[in-house]
Design a protein around this ligand. Structure first.
Ligand code: AP5
Length: 189
């Protein structure tokens, strides 16, 4: 039986960057993980159906469509054997409010051992979004980013209640990527 670890964090916090650094460390120790991006599984279906052109449009889709895409992704991810790391969102900010990223029907499929919340200061996230030209990031201020990070902690507590998984908070601060990556590697070992 492999380990199933879910990695979350608000857009632009750098969760993918931390994961990639941690996986390099683990590989050097002979520990292998399959790294899955949940959004990519959702996007492949959404694109095939012609409902979106880029991944940043998915959070504006009708709630029922987003839920259907989540379910497709969860079922596909659940079939993967061995150590699996799932890069996703504790909650998604939609025009009509926060949508749970890991509702009960998704968690029941995946049953994670641990859910990681990658966090850092709100103003650092704001700067990373502003300087990332590869994506169509939401334009919002530090206060809104702070609210989203707080909401993610709250909803993560409910995920722990549903599954019995542990919740780990990892800080990915400016100039301290290696510390975040080491903390992440320790969760995955
Ligand atoms: P996804 O692709 O996961 O979107 P995302 O949150 O934008 O994720 P990224 O991987 O782009 O951001 P990141 O925070 O990991 O940042 P990165 O490492 O690139 O999901 C796409 C969409 O799928 C979602 O919007 C949603 O619609 C949907 N989706 C996914 N899961 C879902 C679910 N469960 N339910 C419903 N919908 C779901 O880094 C960002 C920048 O920061 C980079 O420029 C990087 O160089 C910089 N940086 C990183 N670390 C540091 C550091 N320590 N110091 C300085 N700069 C740093």
């Amino acid at each position: 039986m492999g380990k199933k670890v879910i990695i979350t964090g608000v857009p632009g916090v750098g969760k993918t960057t931390v994961v990639n650094e941690a996986l390099k460390k683990l590989k050097a120790e002979g520990i292998e993980y399959q790294s899955i991006n949940f959004g990519t599984f959702m996007f492949d279906v959404a694109k095939a159906e012609g409902v979106v052109k880029d991944r940043d449009q998915m959070r504006t889709l009708d709630r029922q469509v987003q839920k259907r895409l989540q379910q497709h992704a969860a079922q596909a991810v659940a079939k993967i054997q061995g150590n699996v790391l799932i890069d996703t969102h504790a909650s998604v900010k939609t025009p009509k409010g926060y949508l749970a990223g890991l509702p009960e029907w998704v968690l029941r499929e995946i049953m994670p051992d641990t859910i990681v919340l990658v966090e850092t200061d709100d103003d650092q996230i704001l700067m990373r979004r502003l300087t990332d030209e590869t994506r169509s990031r939401d334009k919002e201020g530090s206060r809104a980013i702070a609210e989203h990070q707080q909401f993610n902690r709250a909803i993560a507590a409910s995920y722990a209640m549903l599954t019995g998984c542990t919740i780990k908070i990892i800080v990915n601060a400016d100039f301290l990527l290696d510390r975040g990556a080491e903390d992440m590697a320790a969760v995955l070992r």
